[in-house]
Write a protein that binds this ligand. Structure first.
Ligand SMILES: Cc1cc2nc3c(=O)[nH]c(=O)nc-3n(C[C@H](O)[C@H](O)[C@H](O)COP(=O)(O)O)c2cc1C
Length: 210
């Protein structure tokens, strides 16, 4: 059994998304102590920024004519796609940055597309928990409703294109305790944290049952 765990926080030591993902992972490892966990931390160890362009242009170049950099990028892309295809379960922890998708996560997705094809369901039927954390709140009626341009993309890729059996665990207001002006939201933020951790444990048990 093999669990694929991906993190994308650029602040790993204080990561709220990692805390939630850890709760789900703990349920998996308790049920499968002999299992392997394959880890990829895109925040701590980003993929090379130029690799995607090299993989795309290399893919359109006959093998004998590829530069060493193109061949290396294609090998990286194929390896990333294979990492997903080997997973029996997956936990992905991806924060919201600048109202959009983490650039490190997007680079990784682009490389997986380059390695496997842009429509290949590399997680077909794989039970997957996607954790996302947001500093603010974006729910219905909030001033910034509709400004979260990350979560819909994450779901589109993981559920619709890669066809994972997806559960989303979203925690909002992670910055309430440390941001002036958000003091009135601290209690709500604590409730969000507790709910997200409970959801992660519950879905971790579902993952573990596979
Ligand atoms: C550079 C940077 C940009 C951020 N941009 C946003 C943002 O646009 N909207 C938001 O709600 N939170 C934003 N945040 C807050 C993060 O979404 C929040 O801190 C989240 O918990 C990060 O995940 P992590 O704790 O796993 O690192 C940003 C944080 C950083 C460091």
């Amino acid at each position: 059994m093999n669990l694929f765990r991906l993190d994308a926080s650029i602040l790993p030591t204080t990561s709220a998304s990692a805390e939630i993902a850890d709760a789900a992972e703990a349920e998996w490892t308790a049920a499968h102590p002999e299992a392997t966990v394959t880890r990829r931390h895109l925040g701590a160890d980003p993929l090379p920024a130029g690799a995607w362009g090299l993989a795309v242009t290399g893919g359109g170049t006959p093998e004998a004519d590829r530069s060493p950099a193109q061949s290396a990028a294609l090998a990286l892309a194929a390896g990333l796609a294979a990492e997903l295809q080997r997973a029996d379960a997956a936990i992905l922890a991806v924060p919201l940055y600048n109202y959009g998708v983490s650039q490190h996560f997007k680079s990784w997705v682009d490389l997986v597309f380059a390695g496997a094809g842009a429509t290949t369901p590399v997680l077909k039927g794989t039970p997957t928990v996607l954790v996302t954390t947001l500093g603010g709140g974006y729910g219905p009626g909030t001033p910034r409703e509709g400004w979260d341009h990350s979560t819909p993309y994450l779901e589109r890729v993981v559920a619709d294109i890669w066809q994972a059996d997806l559960t989303l665990v979203k925690r909002e207001l992670t910055l309430a305790a440390t941001t002036p002006g958000m003091e009135g939201l601290i209690d709500l933020a604590e409730q969000e944290r507790a709910r997200a951790l409970a959801d992660a444990r519950a879905f971790g048990r579902v993952l573990a049952a596979h």
